[in-house]
Design a protein around this ligand. Structure first.
Ligand SMILES: [Mn+2]
Length: 311
């Protein structure tokens, strides 16, 4: 297999096939009879969350899967793929499914279930492919994870599920059992570092749901205040106190290998989160663009390398 010199890292697509095709075209990828082809010496990397929410989720999976099969792309699992697997996997004890079928969780997943046909052969085929995706990638000179590169969790998931082969039943059951090491690791890697707000405080997430936990900018390190670290939708930043995060907080700055992430519904024009941290999710699921970072081997990232499409 050819050695790739350069990668185009692509953010959370959430069924927006039009934005994906526009972005690939903008970067010189070409659609052929066997799928989309990367420019010579390049390969795409998808950071997860292909599914849920958008109008053409099956199409997006087809495009990305054919690119992976043809050596034109790599892909990792996001929390939405992980949840899709759990939603359709029966518990061994017969008590329902690994991810509960509550009204809230079914609503989050309803578009996907409708588009694939819940329980259909296509549904199972897509999930079988999702199960082969790794939760993170370490390519030596760059690292890719959906939400949080946290070394202890990375080591655990790599040893239990390196990707390529389907995620095993034992690991899957453990990862959907709250409080296990596997549960903590997958929660962290695919959903990020969340902290509980002080008593009585809450914020609203991008869907307007009241939350007592907030996602944090783990990449700012541990010497930050709650107000600085919390990732909030516009207008809420001043509502949290400027109190230190405390000794147990696991945030860490990235000083070695650049890390690419998705997940966080960033707003506005794409910018780096830190010299070695790029978030690729700029709300393509909503009104935002689908975003790529064109990486050519640099160890310190640059705001000159963004490509956007779809708005
Ligand atoms: Mn996500």
């Amino acid at each position: 297999m050819k050695k790739n010199l350069a990668y185009d890292l692509i953010g959370d697509i959430h069924g927006q096939a039009g934005k994906l095709q526009a972005l690939l075209s903008a970067m010189g990828y070409v659609e052929t009879a066997s799928g989309w082809e990367a420019p010579p010496g390049r390969q795409a990397i998808f950071v997860g969350d292909l599914s849920d929410r958008g109008p053409e989720q099956v199409r997006v999976v087809q495009i990305v899967r054919s690119m992976v099969d043809n050596g034109q792309a790599l892909a990792i699992m996001g929390n939405h793929e992980f949840n899709a697997i759990g939603f359709a996997t029966p518990r061994r004890d017969g008590a329902g499914f690994l991810r509960e079928h509550s009204a809230e969780k079914r609503a989050q997943h309803a578009e996907f279930l409708a588009q694939v046909g819940e329980g259909s052969a296509l549904h199972h085929e897509i999930l079988d492919w999702f199960r082969t995706l790794p939760l993170c990638l370490d390519l030596g000179e760059l690292r890719v994870v959906h939400a949080w590169w946290h070394e202890p969790y990375v080591e655990l998931v790599r040893s239990r599920h390196p990707g390529g082969a389907p995620m095993e039943e034992d690991f899957l059951h453990a990862a959907f059992t709250k409080g296990t090491d596997e549960w903590h690791a997958v929660e962290g890697i695919a959903k990020g570092l969340e902290v509980r707000l002080p008593d009585g405080l809450f914020v609203h997430d991008h869907a307007g749901v009241r939350r007592h936990d907030v996602r944090t900018r783990w990449w700012l390190g541990s010497d930050v205040t709650l107000q600085e670290a919390a990732i909030l939708t516009a207008g809420q930043q001043g509502e949290l106190p400027a109190q230190p995060m405390g000794g147990a907080y696991a945030g860490r700055t990235v000083d070695d290998v650049p890390v690419f992430i998705g997940h966080y519904w960033m707003q506005g024009r794409p910018v780096l989160q830190a010299p070695k941290v790029a978030c690729l999710d700029w709300s393509a699921a909503g009104d935002g663009p689908l975003v790529a970072y064109r990486w050519d081997g640099e160890q310190v990232l640059s705001d000159d390398k963004w490509v956007t499409a779809g708005v």
